[in-house]
Design a protein around this ligand. Structure first.
Ligand SMILES: Cc1ncc(C[n+]2csc(CCOP(=O)(O)OP(=O)(O)O)c2C)c(N)n1
Ligand SMILES: [Mg+2]
Length: 736
């Protein structure tokens, strides 16, 4: 028998219904065996200390090969987890590329040596970068499926456009694509599993959830993670799903099951969940020893269910191939694995000078002058030549809330790839009421009227689940869309923190620039509300400026909010856009509508008051309070304070800070957030570090007390920094 051994697979070569040929059965075996051979080779390398981590797919091969062969490489979309070697091999990932990741080579196509082995990524194969965090990828898969559907219904949105992030995101979609997301059974305990099923079911999305049930989450058995020990029984009532619970050790059963699941999804009937019972033949990883916690009898029973041994017996028993020929095939697979490893060990290592590449977009810098239409506007007042391109201010003063809403509206008109969703952001609870009701548009009304103008496919409510909001946004964004999502209150951003910290911000870096998730997250933040109390007054921006890859904006007035939000939307990095609730409708900082092209670059502070005695660096709701304090300091003490409004916290305008400190030689950093470990600590430390010789006095910080914000206004006033707190600091600092 001729054994055609190929690494790549022609899409659709395993069609449903037809009897499998001997060639196809051997191809299934080849992929399974090659996967195991690669695991075994990696284990050897780890023992020789030539690689640094090893986790295997041993025992999961049948399920994964079944999935790979039922779906279409580079057409469907894939969100694997760290055991999915056989899946990725089946999709066309080469053994050499796998070994490049194991050794951490520069040419590792998944991450350039940044991620552990088995953390997959390939743009060509539509494999979206995998993290180690369990379950997060299921929400990305949901967002990815939503984006595919959106482009299918609105193909005009896929057109490329210059002048913003779209220039760097080619869109690729088919009307009937399927998204596969894989996860272990232990990981179904995570809330994000249920949040993903929720939206996939509600929206009848073409996502196949594959549960690779090996009965263990490291040492924790399935009954601890899953009440009753069977996830299929728990999920059975989700509407629109196609469910299958199967023997995940039989690759032909697996293939047929995934073909049925894919047919259900492609026909638009809804998602599918394939629950495959498989075995974990090795320990969880090479850092684990399952003899410490599993009985010998149980381990021996699992070994008897080894899908490769079973498939071998079947091929030989059914006369598909002679035992000797199969031995020969296996030897060639082992040689292929060894050869791939040997070549990878020779490959050049990543250069240290490239470490920071792809933390942020290398293509589009939000600090770039192209976003400086603010300057153009200012220039136009003195120079008629630039007036033609200047944004047009119009109408009377508008609040920050109104100008944020105006920016969202203008950008949605300009860019058909923008979708807006979050809790309560829609106008009408149900579409049928849209014509009748005035519209809600968010608890602070920032998205008012947008569903009415742009329809329910572009502006819609999300479930009450913050990880769902951000996780789906990542899926949308990797497909080239621009989700501009709302977290209702900063106080409730924490369920999304895992997605923000471990996924959104790091997607570009960990995939070495292959994928990116430039979503915008708008978040009302802060106190001074008189009664906001603990859960409607929180600050905490420094927790987010501590995350590389994430831009953070924090405007203090209506015009800045409008211009910075435009930059946030058009740029190619993920942005946390913090909107101070107290400033939404304040008289302070109102401005005329600046027109649909008004933008402010990130990282450019604004001198909101000039002065020669003390520099006061601040942002957000402290800006008007600092202005009050500065006026009083001048009136009562003759002290001239220069106030810098940073406007964006990452990046921040170090040059402006340094220039002002060189002039005044005294500096206060003031913010609403708690003093200790707050944003000011970093700025103060850098000033002390780099401008020590310029200082005539110690760097002073002003912040709230190191406590929570209380409900009773007497307490709230004492906890948060007031103009009087700032004034005291100013007067005190002048004494040096
Ligand atoms: C959110 C999160 N918590 C904890 C871990 C550490 N961890 C890695 S794998 C794992 C067990 C996963 O078990 P399961 O989902 O059944 O997948 P399996 O490894 O058995 O295939 C744990 C706890 C992690 N990676 N992510
Ligand atoms: Mg498991």
């Amino acid at each position: 028998m001729g054994l055609a051994i190929t690494s790549a697979r022609a899409a659709g070569s395993f069609s449903a219904g037809d009897e499998l040929t001997a060639q196809q059965l051997l191809e299934i075996y080849r992929l399974m065996y090659l996967s195991r051979a690669l695991d075994d080779r990696e284990i050897l390398l780890k023992r020789q200390q030539k690689i640094f981590f090893q986790v295997s797919g041993a025992g999961h091969e049948a399920l994964q090969v079944g999935a790979a062969l039922a779906l279409k490489t580079g057409y469907d979309w894939f969100f694997p987890y760290y055991r999915d070697r056989a899946l990725c091999l089946g999709l066309g990932f080469t053994p050499y590329n796998m070994m490049l990741q194991a050794v951490g080579a520069a040419a590792d196509p998944s991450s350039g040596g940044r991620q552990m082995p088995m953390h997959w990524s390939s743009r060509a194969l539509h494999i979206v970068s995998t993290s180690s965090s369990t379950t997060t990828q299921l929400l990305h898969a949901v967002g990815c499926a939503e984006a595919g559907r959106f482009f299918t219904r609105h193909p005009e949105a896929a057109a490329s456009a210059g002048g913003d992030y779209r220039a760097f995101h080619d869109v690729d979609f088919h009307g009937d694509e399927v998204v596969l997301a894989c996860v272990g059974e232990g990981s179904t305990s995570q809330g994000e599993f249920w949040e993903a099923l929720n939206t996939a079911s509600n929206q009848k999305l073409p996502v196949i959830f594959c549960i690779e049930d090996n009965g263990y989450a490291i040492s924790v058995p399935v009954e601890v993670n899953t009440p009753g020990g069977n996830i299929s029984r728990l999920v059975a009532n989700f509407p629109h799903f196609h469910f299958a619970e199967i023997d995940g050790n039989d690759p032909v059963v697996c293939l047929r099951t995934f073909q049925e699941a894919a047919a259900h999804c492609r026909a638009g009937r809804g998602p599918a969940l394939v629950h495959g019972h498989c075995v974990r033949l090795y320990s969880h990883s090479l850092s684990d020893d399952d003899k410490l916690y599993r009985s010998a009898a149980e381990r021996e029973a699992d070994a008897l269910r080894d899908p490769i041994a079973r498939m071998r017996t079947r091929l030989v028993g059914d006369g598909v191939i002679a035992s000797g020929e199969l031995d020969e095939l296996e030897r060639s697979m082992q040689q292929e694995a060894a050869h791939a490893a040997d070549r990878a060990l020779e490959a050049p290592l990543p250069s240290v000078s490239g470490i920071k590449t792809h933390v942020y977009s290398e293509d589009l810098d939000p600090a770039h002058a192209a976003f400086a239409t603010e300057q153009i506007q200012t220039a136009s007042r003195t120079n008629g030549a630039t007036a033609a391109v200047a944004p047009k201010a119009a109408g009377g003063p508008r609040t920050m809330a109104e100008l944020i809403n105006a920016c969202l509206r203008d950008e949605m008109r300009r860019d058909p790839r923008i979708v807006i969703y979050g809790e309560d952001v829609a106008d009408a609870s149900r579409d049928t009421a849209l014509a009748e009701v005035k519209g809600k548009g968010g608890v602070f009304k920032l998205t008012a009227g947008l569903q009415t103008e742009f329809g329910s496919e572009r502006v819609f409510n999300s479930p009450l689940a913050e990880a769902n909001i951000v996780g789906r946004a990542i899926g949308y964004a990797v497909r080239g869309m621009k989700p501009v999502v709302e977290i209702q209150f900063f106080d409730y951003i924490w369920p999304a923190m895992h997605q923000i910290h471990n996924e959104l911000s790091v997607m570009r870096w960990r995939s070495n620039g292959e994928w990116a998730a430039p979503a915008v997250i708008r978040v009302p933040i802060g106190g001074y509300l008189t009664g906001g109390a603990i859960y409607h007054s929180q600050s905490g921006e420094s927790i987010f400026t501590h995350i590389p890859g994430l831009r953070v904006a924090f405007p203090s007035n209506a015009l800045d909010a409008n211009g910075l939000l435009r930059t946030a939307i058009r740029c190619d990095d993920p942005v946390l856009f913090l909107e101070h609730k107290r400033l939404y409708r304040e008289t302070f900082g109102r401005a005329a509508y600046p027109g649909p092209e008004f933008a402010i670059p990130f990282g450019k502070a604004k001198v909101v008051r000039s002065g020669g005695d003390i520099t006061l660096v601040t942002y957000g709701a402290v800006v008007p309070r600092a202005l009050q304090a500065a006026q009083q300091a001048q009136r009562e003490h003759g002290i001239e304070v220069e106030i810098l409004d940073l406007r964006t916290l990452n990046p921040y305008d170090w040059e402006a800070i340094a220039a002002s400190v060189r002039k005044t030689n005294r500096v206060i950093v003031a913010h609403e957030d708690m003093l200790s470990w707050g944003y000011g600590a970093e700025i103060a430390a850098r000033i002390a570090d780099e401008l020590f010789g310029e200082l005539d006095a110690p760097v002073r910080r002003v912040g709230s007390m190191d406590t929570f914000v209380a409900y009773q206004p007497v307490l709230e006033d004492a906890i948060l920094p007031q103009p009087s707190t700032i004034l005291n600091a100013i007067v005190d600092l002048r004494r040096y």
